[in-house]
Design a protein around this ligand. Structure first.
Ligand SMILES: O[C@H]1[C@H](O)[C@@H](O)[C@H](O)[C@@H](O)[C@H]1O
Length: 674
């Protein structure tokens, strides 16, 4: 295996040279010294519209993922009234979907490998349609539960298949953007769900049927679309359906020549076939082979930290945060959730715009840093609110002897899920405040007393459940906005994008199944434990905990996430042949794409050129056929690189040199091996 990987280093190196290598050989020196012609930059040629059509129809799976996970909160407000749902049933209806998604994502890997991406997407859209119909006609809570589980099964399959499909049909320079569109559709689905929730919440009866049932529309559109859309060419090639693969690839790439891409995929699959012939469970083969094991650690780690940085808690808790910030009308809560998902959506759009400009690694690092800081701000906001929590000044007789009468301030009262804070306000001064039991049927009012019959009238006392009125709420609000602004473009999107590209074809379905499973499991864990963690550690403690987890995530990404931008899928595997934590050593720096061109016949001098995306070329001639000369060239480059600071060479030149250095080292290894 090791010799294969020394070769791989070269393969990687020459693939970095990529599509230019062959062209440059044909064009002689022109490729090295002339400005980049449209031909030479074949890789960056404009994509056909068809690839966008494919991305759109498959990302409808992401839309359904977002819609079905988002719509339930609004539907629940109506359902619990109409069906008199207990807290346990509410919990079941929400988490059954996420639990089913975890199971189907984990088991979807083999389905994906066996039946193909297209069939899996068709199956998922069928499941979504059936689930939507069951939910909209459900006569009772048991059928509702069945519907929610069916929908969860669809979400799991879609969440692991769609990014893989988009990655496999996209040209390398657009892959990041197109896969990230799937994340945009997820947050778009969450946003539309909250708007639909708001719109149908005015219906006195059966509003929830429309909310839950509307998902059938995009599911049917996706199903019909995918009847006419092709299978992934990579999967077809893997299954030996070469003719079909060639046809699909040329259909997707339009006028562009597909020969190089086709050959690279085929060669890579042939190599994989030899290597993967060991048999046994794919997951076992992934774990026992170092590069795929490292990729799996990176993929699962990213998904785990996405959830551990608390996105779904922040989304879930946003209405309360906004209430704390001064929006007191409880009926508006449903629209406030829409504002939060709109913010999440808008900032995901920023991610789509940034991913091919700054690269995956920088985007994730920047996002996590901002996420950690905003979580700390949220925690500080909650801490200040707790320290300035208004005291309980009225102690009404509590016939039920509830725990609520024990609290001396609002902080303890709001952390107890059975109690709420009832108070009067005069400007910024609170008075006549009490802690009383909450109404079990509706947390919008107290079980008895002044706050048990909430009206909009100005003179009626105010009721705060789950939050405390405080003058520091603006800190929390600022934290919430900053959190979404930083999280959405990077941590919200990159775990899905990076996972779709880091595994070799034989491990791709299983790798994505495992990492999507980790995402869903951590999602359940965080959502289910949040209230208990908050009760135990208080809100600020909980948010400091998430800050710590985000910092751990930052260290993980800093150490282990390589840059995959611009590389062909078949080359990305080679980024994991080195140690797990290389601190992104191979990442191209800055906004520049450095393309390598090797030119020369064997035996004879070889010339290496580095051409960045602006067309600037730096080139080096290596008159070598032997190891010593290569070593000498390498040493002189090293010297050059060491002299960079002294010579005040720009960062761009320095990054070109770094890349050269890596290239040379790869080359030396290859020569020595021979
Ligand atoms: O990438 C998505 C996105 O960030 C969503 O807003 C979130 O609810 C999901 O859990 C996550 O996987």
């Amino acid at each position: 295996m090791s010799s294969r990987y020394d070769e791989c280093s070269l393969k990687h190196m020459s693939s970095l040279m990529g599509t230019r290598q062959q062209k440059a050989a044909e064009d002689g020196e022109r490729g090295l010294i002339g400005p980049p012609s449209g031909d030479v930059l074949h890789q960056d040629a404009p994509p056909t519209r068809f690839v966008y059509v494919l991305a759109f129809f498959s990302a409808l799976g992401g839309f359904l993922f977002g819609y079905d996970t988002g719509v339930v909160s609004g539907a629940m407000l109506l359902l619990k009234r109409e069906m008199s749902l207990s807290a346990l049933w509410q919990e079941l209806l929400v988490s059954s979907t996420v639990g089913a998604a975890a199971l189907s994502a984990l088991s979807g890997g083999s389905l994906n490998g066996r039946l193909g991406r297209r069939v899996c997407i068709l199956v998922a859209s069928c499941i979504f349609s059936v689930g939507g119909i069951v939910l909209s006609v459900a006569p009772d809570k048991v059928v509702l539960l069945v519907g929610r589980i069916i929908v969860g099964l669809g979400i799991g399959i879609a969440s692991m298949t769609v990014p893989v499909y988009i990655a496999e049909v996209s040209p390398p320079h657009l892959r990041g953007q197109l896969v990230t569109i799937n994340s945009l559709f997820i947050t778009g689905g969450q946003f539309i769900a909250s708007v639909v929730d708001g719109a149908f919440s005015y219906l006195r009866r059966d509003g929830w049927r429309y909310m839950l049932g509307l998902s059938v529309v995009p599911a049917v559109v996706q199903f019909i679309g995918f009847i006419f859309l092709p299978e992934s060419p990579r999967w077809l090639l893997q299954k030996g359906r070469t003719q079909e693969a060639r046809q699909v690839l040329s259909r997707i790439r339009g006028d562009q020549s597909i020969e190089e891409e086709y050959d690279t995929i085929r060669t890579s699959i042939e190599e994989e076939a030899t290597e993967a012939s060991g048999g046994g469970l794919v997951v076992w083969r992934i774990l026992s082979y170092a590069p795929t094991r490292r990729a799996l650690i990176v993929g699962c780690g990213l998904q785990m930290f996405q959830q551990l940085s608390g996105i779904n808690t922040v989304m879930y808790y946003s209405a309360t945060i906004l209430q704390m910030a001064g929006v007191r009308d409880v009926k508006r809560a449903i629209w406030l959730a829409a504002a939060t998902s709109a913010t999440n959506f808008v900032f995901t759009l920023v991610g789509v715009w940034l991913v091919e400009r700054v690269g995956r690694r920088k985007l994730t690092l920047g996002s996590l840093l901002g996420t950690a800081l905003s979580l700390a701000l949220l925690a500080i906001g909650f801490l200040l609110s707790a320290q300035n929590s208004p005291p309980v000044t009225l102690h009404p007789v509590d016939a039920q002897n509830s725990t609520c009468r024990l609290y001396g301030s609002c902080e303890g009262c709001m952390l107890d899920p059975n109690c709420g804070f009832c108070y009067r306000e005069n400007g910024s001064t609170l008075y006549n405040s009490s802690c009383v039991p909450v109404n079990a049927a509706s947390t919008d009012q107290a079980a008895w007393g002044r706050c048990s019959n909430q009206t909009e009238a100005a003179h009626s006392p105010a009721w705060a459940y789950n939050y405390c009125p405080t003058s520091y709420s603006w800190v929390v609000l600022l934290g919430l906005i900053l959190y979404l602004a930083f999280f959405a473009p990077g941590m919200g999107t990159m775990p899905w994008t990076v996972n779709s590209e880091i595994y070799p074809l034989w491990a791709r379905s299983t790798g994505n199944a495992c990492s999507a499973g980790v995402n869903w499991i951590c999602n359940v864990l965080v959502s289910l434990t949040f209230l208990h963690v908050a009760e135990f550690l208080t809100y600020y403690g909980a948010f400091f905990l998430y800050t710590g987890l985000a910092v751990l995530g930052l260290l993980f990404v800093l150490g282990c996430l390589p840059e995959t931008q611009g590389l062909q899928l078949e080359d990305i595997e080679n980024l994991f042949t080195g140690p797990l934590c290389s601190c992104g050593a191979l990442s191209p720096r800055g906004r520049r794409h450095v393309h390598y061109i090797r030119n020369g016949s064997d035996p004879g001098p070889e010339r290496y050129g580095a051409m960045d995306s602006d067309g600037a070329i730096t080139y080096i001639t290596v008159s070598t056929t032997g190891k010593c000369q290569v070593l000498a060239a390498c040493a002189s480059l090293t010297l050059f690189y060491i002299l960079v600071p002294a010579a005040q060479i720009t960062m761009t030149d320095a990054s070109v040199c770094t890349s050269h250095l890596i290239l040379m080292i790869c080359h030396v290894c290859f020569h020595l091996k021979q």
